[in-house]
Each structure stands twice: as structure tokens, then as C-alpha cells.
Design a protein around this ligand. Structure first.
Ligand SMILES: *[C@@H]1O[C@H](CO)[C@@H](O)[C@H](O)[C@H]1NC(C)=O
Ligand SMILES: *[C@@H]1O[C@H](CO)[C@@H](O)[C@H](O)[C@H]1NC(C)=O
Ligand SMILES: *[C@@H]1O[C@H](CO)[C@@H](O)[C@H](O)[C@H]1NC(C)=O
Ligand SMILES: *[C@@H]1O[C@H](CO)[C@@H](O)[C@H](O)[C@H]1NC(C)=O
Ligand SMILES: *[C@@H]1O[C@H](CO)[C@@H](O)[C@H](O)[C@H]1NC(C)=O
Ligand SMILES: *[C@@H]1O[C@H](CO)[C@@H](O)[C@H](O)[C@H]1NC(C)=O
Ligand SMILES: *[C@@H]1O[C@H](CO)[C@@H](O)[C@H](O)[C@H]1NC(C)=O
Ligand SMILES: *[C@@H]1O[C@H](CO)[C@@H](O)[C@H](O)[C@H]1NC(C)=O
Ligand SMILES: *[C@@H]1O[C@H](CO)[C@@H](O)[C@H](O)[C@H]1NC(C)=O
Ligand SMILES: *[C@@H]1O[C@H](CO)[C@@H](O)[C@H](O)[C@H]1NC(C)=O
Ligand SMILES: *[C@@H]1O[C@H](CO)[C@@H](O)[C@H](O)[C@H]1NC(C)=O
Length: 582
């Protein structure tokens, strides 16, 4: 086994570490298509404190009670690539008084020093993914970072009275060049409710049961499925209990290698016209499709998460890119389809990615709400319509120069009723998506400009005879713009100058978030290592919530924070919400 495995692994590692760029300038020009590393001494200097890296986001609103905390896992991730995940036994801590918790927070703390790539990792409990994230790239003098995620929605698992398997996979490599070992602690904090609460039942509460769609304990990878191309479909059979009255699929998505910067991939026409063999293509449009028994039930047009080594790594030091430490997940309402799923038989859920190139990591959690007063619910799908994906593109290729405009729209809607002890509830779910990407290749492929916008409109309305339940509505707008100029300086040395802006706006219930990063910088790369460079980044984050508000205006340059304003001012609109009460 081992002798067969080693050469293959070695080959993969070579690909992984030394992406093969062709002789054409173009490939090199697209330096933003790979993660780069720093040429820096790997020796440590204990007199310099480690730098704190962070992603800007609002703090988790926890009750003013003392949490009961445990460390679930402590591990040093050295040479972990191609190995099984790191496992730990998890059981709800017996020393925590079980009195009902209103918040559960997962905390990932890590340190690293030396030189290392941005590594993707996942955290699972009983196969249910709790966190998808990317490591920060270290400095010779060391870094430290902390990710906190509200995991209250996984209460039914976390509070279970049995021992479960906790797993973390991070494919790291350590050798003489890549010296960074990630030292990690994963903790859970259980915040008792101020008043006794019952987390277990009632419409709108946390799910009673979560079914994972992930790989069973893999021997050499994460629990995610890997989607390698546009025809690759991952299918899993499942059954649900007979008394489900609500179902939501939560999908985890991340994109890597040839699709790490899918939004910057030129159309295949351009690749073919120029005989480019190693540049990733398939154009800049991607969507993740979810089908149930072969029928499309939801589509995801992902947010452009840039990992910590992306574009110009100095841009993300110490302010990490939006979503990089806690990748966004996407919800698909399954309730209208419950009528079909309640037949006691097994069903098939599948995932695929339109235009995919190697590789996408996808898995999902099906959150189910059970009727505690009845052993059998009943339902029926009334309506399901899918407007076919409509894509239009304008492609103008002149040698290695080119102009491409890609537009796409999609809509999916479904209506179904479900009868439970709560009554007969009709749920209508709709998704409307629109997308536009314009890309310019100039200076014979050495200059690339990309402007992309995605509008994502997700709505769920539930009605009972007599009244409407609180609608779930999420309107999102994702923006990504880049200008990247590559200058070959000969002798294996290149200069890249780039500016980038990325962000999103989201309106969900009565909450609004605006989050925008703008950065510019340059880097000099010699023999695949960054030998010089500076990144300047500004970020404005604004959260206007139903119960609280948060504002942050922060900027960094060359590793130093220039200013950092934090506030909690609610706009007039948000204050008005208080009138309606919680
Ligand atoms: C460590 O850093 C301090 C402060 O910058 C410097 O004075 C000292 O010479 C450094 N030591 C080594 C071994 O690099
Ligand atoms: C994790 O790190 C943060 C910030 O560095 C620190 O405040 C917190 O106490 C740490 N948590 C644990 C459980 O050590
Ligand atoms: C992990 O926890 C141990 C024990 O409390 C502590 O010594 C160590 O510094 C922690 N490491 C990180 C990365 O927080
Ligand atoms: C957990 O399970 C054990 C044995 O199955 C039982 O003795 C104990 O009372 C249970 N604890 C709670 C909090 O339900
Ligand atoms: C797509 O990927 C799957 C899974 O690895 C593989 O079986 C199939 O041959 C690939 N198809 C193409 C066209 O490359
Ligand atoms: C691409 O390859 C074909 C066949 O080898 C050749 O005729 C053509 O000139 C090449 N085109 C470019 C742009 O290099
Ligand atoms: C590509 O555009 C550059 C200017 O950006 C121009 O100098 C060059 O001649 C163009 N190449 C072709 C093949 O048109
Ligand atoms: C290229 O690099 C080599 C070895 O590093 C050096 O001797 C040579 O002078 C360099 N040439 C130029 C043009 O910079
Ligand atoms: C980047 O810089 C160029 C040239 O200065 C400018 O035209 C462009 O608007 C900038 N783009 C972004 C995304 O900041
Ligand atoms: C962010 O802070 C900087 C420095 O104080 C200030 O110049 C800028 O106007 C602020 N931006 C916003 C949107 O408040
Ligand atoms: C960035 O910081 C480093 C070390 O603090 C310094 O040597 C370098 O000159 C700075 N670069 C710029 C462009 O300010």
C-alpha cells in the first residue's frame, strides 16, 4: 500500500507546491491566480511578539452569563497533507450545568511562525460541518489569530448526551522551505440563557435533527466531497423521519486550484485561440446546483472569497479577506419538497458545479424540525418551476488581448404544504439570481481587469390559515473588481501591481450588512517567492440589526494598522425597529 501510495502523493505534492506555469507571459501575468509565499528567514526572534491577524465582522451577541467552556481539540498541524483528519471524542461536558443555553460559540485559536501557504480546513462533528476556514499565512516572527463562530444552530448535536466524533482536516506540508506548523486549540463555549429556555421545539427554533451530507471518515482527506469538473456529480442517499415539518439544507462551498479564482478565468475560446495549455479557463461563471431525486431544488452563486495568500498576500496582513476565516454558507429551503420525502423511502441528494474545474470542496447539513406531538406529518408539493439558466457572452479575442462580457440569470421556485400538529402550513420558496462579469485582457495578457456583480434574492414565505409566519428573505449583492498588471523583469523576477475591491451587501429579515474592502499594492516575485512588496487595505463594515448595530472602519499598510474605528451607532431606521419589540 505504502509503496504504491507514495509516488502518487509525491506527484500531487509537486503539482500542489509548484504550479506549472507555461512559458507564455500570460500565465505569469496572472500571478493573482495562485497563492504566493514569502522569502523570509524561518528563524524566530522571541523578542518580537506575534502579529494578530483578524477578519472584520460583528462580534457575536452573547448573553451576559458566564459560559461553560471546554477545549475540544488541541493539535499541531505539521505534515498533515494526505493524512486522515485529526479526531477527538466529544461529549457534552458533564461539569456544565444543563439549564438551557441561548448561545454556543466555537472558538478556533491558532499560532504559527515561519513560512507557509494558506491552507483550507474544515471542522466537523458527527460528519456535520461546523466551520470552513482558511489559515493565515505566518511571518518569521509569528502570528496568532482567533475565529469565533456562533454554532447555536447545531444545538441538537452539541447538546446530545452521547460521545461523538469531532474531526478537523487541514492539509498542511512542512519541509525545509515551508516551515510553518499550525498550533491549534478548538474550544466550545456554552452560554446559559438568562431565563430558562427550551431550545428543542416550536417553529423558528433550532433544528431537532441534522443529517450530514459528507464523506464518512476518510483516510486521507477532509469530509468534504471534491467536485473535479462540470460533469462530476456527488450523490448521497438519505432517509428522513416521518414527522418532519420543516427542512433547510445548509451548503458549505470552497473553490481551489484551477478554480480558486474562477471569476478571473477567461473563456475557453481565448485559451484555445492562444494554444494555452495550463491556464485555467471555462470562463468566469460558476454555480453550485443541488438536486433532489434528480430535480433541481436550489442554486448557489458563491461569494468570491480570497484566501490569505491570494492576489497579493500583503493585502491580507493583518486584515484578512472577507469570508476567509469563516467561509459563507448557503441555505436552500427544502420544506416545499417534504411531501415527497415523507414516504419512508430513501432519496437522493446531489451536488454539481456548472463549468467547474478541479477542484471544489462541497458538503452540506440538512436541518430538520420534528413534530414532537405527532409521529407522522403529511405534505404535498404544489408547484415547482425552474427557469433554465440563461447565459449570454460576448467574446472578443485578439491574440492574447481580449474583452469578455458574461451575463447570467436563473430562477427557481417551489410551493408545498405540510400538515403537522402546528396546522397546515404552505411554504413558498424562491431564488432569483443575476450575474454579470466583464473581463479585459490587455498588454498581451499581462494586464487583467475583472468587474463582477452577483445579485442573489432568496425568499421563503410560510402561511397558515389565518396568518402569515415571519417571512425569510435574504437579498445579497456580491461585488468583485480587480486590476492586475504584471511586468516581467527577467531573470525569474516579476513585478505585479494590483488593486482590488470586494464586498457584499445583505438584507436579511430586518438586518442589514455592508462590508467592503479596497486594497492596492505591489509585489516582486523571484523564483516563486515574494521578495518584496507592500499591501494597503481599507475596510468598512456596517451592521444595522434588529437588536444591535456595529461599525468598523479600519485600514492597514505594510503590516501596520493605520486607523481602526469601532462603534455601535444605530441608524434612525434600525432604532425604529425597537418600536415593534423583539
Ligand atoms: C530580534 O529583534 C530585536 C528587536 O527588533 C533585535 O534587536 C534583535 O537583534 C533580534 N534578534 C535576532 C536574533 O534577530
Ligand atoms: C483565543 O485567543 C483570543 C485572542 O488571542 C483570547 O482572547 C482567548 O482567550 C483565547 N481563547 C482560549 C480558549 O484560549
Ligand atoms: C492552547 O492551549 C494550551 C493550554 O491551555 C496553551 O498552552 C496554548 O498556548 C494554546 N495555544 C493556542 C494556539 O492558543
Ligand atoms: C445521559 O445518559 C446517561 C446514560 O445513558 C444517563 O445516565 C444520564 O442521566 C444522561 N444525562 C442527561 C443529562 O440526560
Ligand atoms: C470528471 O470527474 C470525474 C470524477 O473524478 C471523472 O470520473 C470524470 O472522468 C471526469 N470527466 C471528465 C470529462 O474529465
Ligand atoms: C496554435 O497551434 C496551431 C497548431 O499547432 C498553430 O497552427 C497555431 O499557429 C497556434 N496558434 C498560436 C496563437 O500560437
Ligand atoms: C494587445 O494590446 C497591447 C496594448 O495593451 C498592444 O500593444 C498589443 O499590440 C496588442 N496585441 C495584439 C495582438 O493586438
Ligand atoms: C540574473 O541572475 C543571475 C544569478 O542570480 C545574476 O548573475 C545575473 O547578473 C542576473 N542578470 C540580470 C540581468 O539581472
Ligand atoms: C485600479 O487602478 C486603476 C489604475 O489606477 C484604476 O483605473 C481602477 O479603477 C482601479 N480599480 C480598482 C478596482 O480599484
Ligand atoms: C474611515 O476613517 C478614516 C480615517 O479616520 C476617514 O478618513 C474616513 O473618512 C473614514 N471612512 C468612513 C466611511 O467613515
Ligand atoms: C515596510 O515595512 C518594512 C519593515 O517594517 C520596512 O523595511 C519597509 O521599508 C516598509 N516598506 C514601505 C514601502 O514602507
Amino acid at each position: 500500500m505504502a509503496s504504491f501510495f507514495f509516488p502518487l502523493l509525491f506527484f500531487l505534492l509537486q503539482l500542489f507546491l509548484y504550479p506549472l506555469f507555461s512559458q507564455a507571459n500570460l500565465h505569469q501575468s496572472k500571478t493573482f491566480l495562485k497563492s504566493t509565499l514569502f522569502s523570509q528567514p524561518s528563524s524566530t526572534n522571541d523578542t518580537i511578539p506575534p502579529t494578530l491577524f483578524f477578519e472584520v465582522t460583528k462580534p457575536i451577541n452573547v448573553p451576559n452569563t458566564k459560559p461553560c467552556s471546554i477545549t475540544v481539540l488541541q493539535h499541531d498541524f505539521g505534515y498533515t497533507y494526505g493524512k486522515p483528519p485529526v479526531f477527538a471524542n466529544y461529549a457534552f461536558p458533564s461539569n456544565c450545568p444543563f439549564q438551557g443555553f441561548s448561545k454556543i460559540v466555537l472558538e478556533w485559536n491558532a499560532t504559527c511562525e515561519g513560512r507557509q501557504f494558506d491552507r483550507i480546513f474544515g471542522v466537523w462533528l458527527s460528519g456535520v460541518e461546523l466551520l470552513r476556514s482558511c489559515t493565515a499565512e505566518p511571518k518569521a516572527t509569528g502570528i496568532v489569530w482567533s475565529v469565533k463562530k456562533d454554532v447555536t444552530q447545531y444545538s441538537s448535536l452539541l447538546l446530545m448526551n452521547k460521545t461523538q466524533t469531532f474531526a478537523v482536516y487541514m492539509g498542511n506540508l512542512v519541509d525545509q522551505t515551508y516551515t510553518g506548523v499550525y498550533h491549534v486549540n478548538v474550544s466550545l463555549h456554552f452560554y446559559p440563557a438568562v431565563e430558562k429556555v427550551n431550545l428543542g421545539s416550536g417553529i423558528g427554533s433550532k433544528a431537532d435533527l441534522i443529517i450530514p451530507f459528507s464523506k464518512d471518515l476518510p483516510l486521507n482527506d477532509g469530509l468534504w466531497y471534491k467536485i473535479e469538473n462540470s460533469t462530476d456529480i456527488k450523490v448521497k442517499e438519505f432517509e428522513i423521519p416521518q414527522n418532519v415539518y420543516q427542512a433547510v439544507l445548509e451548503v458549505y462551498v470552497s473553490f481551489h486550484e484551477n478554480d480558486e479564482f474562477w471569476y478571473g478565468n477567461p473563456p475557453s475560446e481565448y485559451i484555445i485561440a492562444n494554444n494555452l495549455t495550463t491556464l485555467p479557463g471555462n470562463g468566469p461563471f460558476r454555480e453550485v446546483l443541488v438536486t433532489l431525486d434528480g430535480e433541481l431544488v436550489g442554486a448557489i452563486w458563491p461569494f468570491t472569497v480570497v484566501y490569505t495568500g491570494g492576489i497579493i498576500p500583503q493585502l491580507w496582513r493583518p486584515i484578512s479577506a472577507i469570508g476567509s476565516f469563516d467561509l459563507p454558507t448557503y441555505d436552500i429551503e427544502i420544506t416545499p419538497f417534504l411531501g415527497k420525502l415523507l414516504d419512508g423511502k430513501s432519496h437522493k441528494l446531489s451536488f454539481s458545479v456548472t463549468n467547474a474545474l478541479n477542484v471544489w470542496y462541497i458538503d452540506a447539513n440538512l436541518h430538520l424540525w420534528l413534530d414532537c406531538k405527532s409521529s407522522k406529518t403529511k405534505g404535498k408539493l404544489l408547484h415547482h418551476s425552474i427557469a433554465p439558466l440563461s447565459v449570454s457572452s460576448v467574446i472578443d479575442v485578439e491574440g492574447l488581448n481580449g474583452t469578455f462580457v458574461t451575463k447570467a440569470t436563473r430562477s427557481i421556485s417551489s410551493t408545498g404544504w405540510i400538515k403537522s400538529s402546528y396546522g397546515r402550513i404552505t411554504t413558498k420558496s424562491s431564488q432569483d439570481l443575476s450575474y454579470r462579469n466583464s473581463m479585459v485582457m490587455a498588454k498581451d495578457g499581462n494586464l487583467q481587469i475583472v468587474n463582477q456583480k452577483i445579485h442573489f434574492d432568496d425568499r421563503v414565505h410560510s402561511k397558515m390559515p389565518g396568518f402569515n409566519l415571519k417571512p425569510k428573505k435574504s437579498l445579497k449583492r456580491f461585488v468583485f473588481n480587480i486590476y492586475s498588471d504584471y511586468i516581467n523583469q527577467g531573470n525569474g523576477t516579476s513585478l505585479t501591481v494590483a488593486n482590488v475591491s470586494l464586498g457584499f451587501n445583505e438584507k436579511k429579515f430586518k438586518d442589514k450588512v455592508r462590508n467592503l474592502q479596497k486594497g492596492n499594492g505591489f509585489m516582486v516575485v523571484k523564483d516563486n517567492l515574494v521578495v518584496n512588496g507592500v499591501g494597503n487595505t481599507q475596510q468598512i463594515y456596517k451592521y444595522d440589526g434588529f437588536k444591535s448595530c456595529y461599525y468598523r472602519n479600519v485600514s492597514s499598510s505594510n503590516y501596520t494598522i493605520l486607523y481602526d474605528e469601532i462603534g455601535y451607532p444605530c441608524s434612525r431606521r434600525a432604532k425604529h425597529h425597537l418600536d415593534y419589540g423583539p
